[in-house]
Design a protein around this ligand. Structure first.
Ligand SMILES: Nc1ncnc2c1ncn2[C@@H]1O[C@H](COP(=O)(O)OP(=O)(O)OP(=O)(O)O)[C@@H](O)[C@H]1O
Length: 253
């Protein structure tokens, strides 16, 4: 049985609009397991991104708490919270947000230089990541000189430069064509299987979901379904997809 790495307890995220409170995350209890590739699905507005942001510490919690290996996010002061976000987690967004006038390589090393690691070590790690992302030939190019998929792979390298234990991704293939998406998803599978990182990814894309060990389905800010795909080989995408589709049909989604 895999170890629990993140535990959410009675987690709530409320947004106030026009004087009304909406629980985008509505009293969620959840355990995320080490080295699991967890995907979060659900219809638009079901609270997927909100859950991802509060689980990762990128957004404030309204009530409840999130524990990383028993350390409460709420217990961290501002300095420790910033260090946590810099070093313990990586985050990949749909929009890549690379700095336009820096090369891909500089975009990645600059994120590593924010820590106290020796510059040489950061540079060596960045080059390793570029090899893994199959971007060695593009490393000196500006973000505007590469494809959307290559830019996203560079952004994934940036999210890994400080060797986080957990990688969060919010619709990382949302603005990519299907071949670029597959290349990006291959990278996530590799990060999970070879680097042994825990991954939590929000997606609408069934092609992304088939790569997961586990899928959580959100509805109205609550977990409405939780399935595992372990019984199928990772390469058996067809049966994985069939399993998901049957589950969704049975639930009337
Ligand atoms: N900053 C905000 N201010 C007010 N309401 C918000 C804010 N962010 C999200 N919401 C509301 O919270 C609910 C959940 O939003 P969230 O973005 O988490 O859903 P989602 O499942 O990720 O949606 P999508 O698939 O469209 O990205 C929605 O009703 C949304 O309008």
């Amino acid at each position: 049985m895999r170890q629990c790495i993140i535990k959410a307890k009675d987690l709530v995220k409320t947004f106030l609009t026009d004087g009304f409170g909406l629980n985008a995350v509505d009293h969620i209890d959840l355990e995320i397991y080490q080295e699991d590739f967890t995907v979060i699905m659900g219809s638009s507005g079901s609270g997927k991104s909100s859950l991802l942001y509060v689980l990762s510490g990128l957004d404030g919690i309204t009530s409840g708490d999130v524990f990383y290996e028993n350390v409460s996010l709420l217990s961290l002061n501002e300095k420790k919270a910033a260090k946590f976000r810099r070093e313990e987690i990586g985050f990949v967004f749909q929009a890549v947000n690379l700095i336009p006038n820096l090369s891909l390589l500089d975009n990645i090393t600059i994120a590593g230089f924010l820590t106290k690691k020796p510059r040489k070590d950061v540079e060596v790690e960045a080059l390793k990541l570029f090899t893994m992302m199959r971007l060695s030939n593009e490393k000196d190019r500006l973000p505007s000189m590469v494809s959307g998929g290559q830019a996203q792979r560079a952004a994934i390298a940036r999210s890994l430069i400080n060797q986080p234990k957990v990688l969060f991704a919010d619709e990382p293939t949302g603005s990519l064509n299907s071949s670029s998406s597959e290349a990006v998803l291959d990278v996530f599978s590799k990060i999970n299987q070879d680097l042994k990182k825990t991954i939590i990814m929000v997606t609408h894309d069934i092609k992304a979901a088939v790569r997961a060990d586990r899928i959580l389905f959100l509805k109205d800010g609550k977990i409405d379904g939780d399935i595992r795909l372990d019984r199928y080989n990772k390469k058996d995408k067809m049966n994985r997809e069939n399993h998901i589709m049957k589950y969704l049909q049975a639930k009337g989604w």
